[in-house]
Design a protein around this ligand. Structure first.
Ligand code: MN
Length: 251
């Protein structure tokens, strides 16, 4: 019977993580360790500068007070599972997509990245939708992918970023292996005044959009397919290594 370590960045109370937990119970033991609050956009940060506390919510279900997704992976693996590797680290289901460059901000994707760094095959799941997300339907897709990965495995140093359209299970067109796309929006910095007349600022995106190039994560979900992007831990831009050779020369 496989063991799954399940984390997220939306908080332990989110409908996405609970739908995935229920679905995974059909396959094995599910240990949930999740932040006690919504930390979307927290990226891959790990808490080094203060102590962490866990609160037991239920059997195999823990909330980490002010803990990040990467913290949750560590505490789940080292403390709850006592250093025994789970078969998979799963992160999500995130309420909203993680596409293109947004994955660098994503706590959801970072949960899977942390699992991979610790040597455990890992998958991040996100729902491509805004309102009325059908998490129970999306969890069925997650379950299919988890079953396939348990059987087929993942290449070394690879983790998956999976985005699932907000459709009924039967309405999904299929699965596409995709590359990371490019987004077509920028955040703006909004300036407001507080009740004392002092300025404060809010960084926010006004409207989301992505370049819908063939073969990208965004193209797949826009067209009703599940997007599966294999990610690696190596951020080196190999093409550029040759192009910056001149930096070695003296002026
Ligand atoms: Mn989130």
């Amino acid at each position: 019977m496989p063991t799954f370590l399940l984390v997220n960045d939306d908080g332990y109370f989110s409908p996405g993580i609970n739908a995935l937990k229920e679905a995974l119970k059909l396959l094995g033991r599910v240990v949930v360790v999740a932040p006690d609050r919504n930390l979307s956009g927290v990226g891959h940060s790990l808490t080094f500068t203060k102590p962490l506390k866990m609160r037991k919510i239920d059997t195999d279900f823990y909330a980490v007070i002010d803990g990040t997704p990467a913290d949750c992976v560590h505490l789940g693996y080292r403390v709850i599972l006592k250093g025994k590797k789970p078969d998979l680290v799963l992160s999500g289901i995130n309420e909203g997509p993680n596409l293109g460059e947004d994955i660098t901000y994503s706590g959801t994707v970072s949960g899977a990245m942390e699992g991979r760094i610790l040597g455990i095959p890992s998958i991040a799941f996100s729902a491509f939708g805004k309102d009325n997300i059908m998490f129970d339907e999306i969890a069925k897709v997650c379950l299919e992918i988890v079953k396939k990965v348990l059987k087929g495995g993942l290449p070394e140093d690879t983790y998956l970023n999976v985005n699932i359209p907000n459709l009924r299970f039967e309405e999904i067109k299929g699965y596409m292996i995709t590359r990371q796309g490019k987004r077509a929006y920028k955040e703006k910095v909004f300036k407001y005044l507080d009740p004392y007349g002092k300025p404060f600022y809010w960084i926010a995106a006004e409207e989301f959009g992505w370049h819908a190039q063939d073969g990208t994560d965004y193209w797949a979900v826009m067209n009703g397919y599940v997007s599966i992007t294999p990610l690696g831990l190596d951020l080196t831009n190999y093409d550029s290594m040759r192009k910056i050779e001149y930096l070695k020369d003296s002026l």
